[in-house]
Design a protein around this ligand. Structure first.
Ligand SMILES: N[C@@H](CCC(=O)N[C@@H](CS)C(=O)NCC(=O)O)C(=O)O
Length: 105
């Protein structure tokens, strides 16, 4: 099982990828087994505005990144802040969510 995030480096999708890593690192080895592995699907910055992959548009018809697909929970969602909150709600064990970090969202 994986969490897949469609991403373009330095774009807003960075928030979602960053939050995954915050949770993965902060919760330690014991709980790392509880969070599915991350698969980052990098899209091409140069062509993304004009040529969006069909497979991507099927996941998010409004054509924006980030998009998260969580196989384990059968969830597909978009919007960077919503994805960050989803990851906190479902995979953090209180290590990240109690830090002022979320005020950046
Ligand atoms: N409210 C959304 C905005 C997402 C957004 O605007 N993404 C931009 C990249 S930063 C995008 O996908 N632009 C491509 C396009 O509009 O064709 C979020 O924060 O996730």
């Amino acid at each position: 099982m994986t969490i897949k995030i469609y991403h373009i480096p330095f774009a807003r999708s960075t928030r979602a990828v960053w939050m995954y890593h915050e949770i993965y690192e902060a919760n330690g080895q014991a709980s790392n087994a509880d969070i599915p592995k991350l698969q980052v699907e990098i899209l091409d910055f140069a062509t993304f505005r004009t040529h969006k992959p069909k497979e991507f548009l099927e996941k998010n018809p409004n054509g924006k990144i980030p998009v998260l697909i969580d196989d384990e929970r059968n969830v597909t969602m978009w919007d960077g802040s919503a994805i960050a909150m989803y990851l906190l709600d479902n995979y953090d064990k209180g290590k990240v969510s109690n830090i002022r970090l979320i005020t950046f969202l």
